[in-house]
Design a protein around this ligand. Structure first.
Ligand code: 4NP
Length: 157
């Protein structure tokens, strides 16, 4: 099973989701069975490490995302990943716009796995530190829902 998280810059929300989800998979004993990655829609930060504020907020929760590097969504991603999960509606629209007809991935808003099918993970980039805590709270909730779904799929039910 392969999961890709997508946001605008790939330096705040999606690398945070990658780090949190990876940790939750580890805890669930599923780390070997699920591949995780993240990317962005915009090119501005390609090759950069996550925003310092995202790194600090994740570190406070025991998650190290310092080694991640930003990249852009690529045509091959549509065939490689089983889940392509957007942080907000603009990201979702951009993913859908580039989606090839033979793409079989589940493309959705990530917060649909937190029981909030129309909600976005708010962009924290231009705000204060508390925005990064909100991002992590939302990501944690959705990660647990996604783990449940993947567990069911791997069990074949
Ligand atoms: P992200 O946050 O999409 O969560 O990585 C942003 C990072 C950078 C910009 C916007 C959002 N930017 O405009 O540079």
């Amino acid at each position: 099973m392969r999961v890709l998280f997508v946001c605008l810059g790939n330096i705040c929300r999606s690398p945070s989701a990658e780090g949190v989800f990876r940790a939750r998979l580890q805890r669930a004993g599923l780390a070997e069975r699920v591949e995780v990655d993240s990317c962005g829609i915009g090119h501005w930060h390609v090759g950069k490490a996550p925003d310092e504020r995202a790194q600090a907020a994740a570190r406070k929760r025991g998650i190290d995302i310092a080694g991640l590097r930003a990249r852009v969504l690529d045509a091959a991603d549509y065939r490689h990943f089983d889940y392509i999960l957007a942080m907000d509606h603009d990201n979702l629209a951009a993913i859908e716009a580039g989606r090839p007809v033979d793409c079989r991935a589940t493309v959705d808003l990530f917060l649909s796995y937190a029981g909030r099918p129309d909600d976005a993970v708010p962009d924290p980039y231009f705000g204060g530190d508390e925005g990064f805590e909100t991002v992590l709270d939302l990501i944690e909730a959705a990660s647990d829902g996604l783990i449940d779904e993947i567990r069911r799929r791997l069990a074949g039910s």
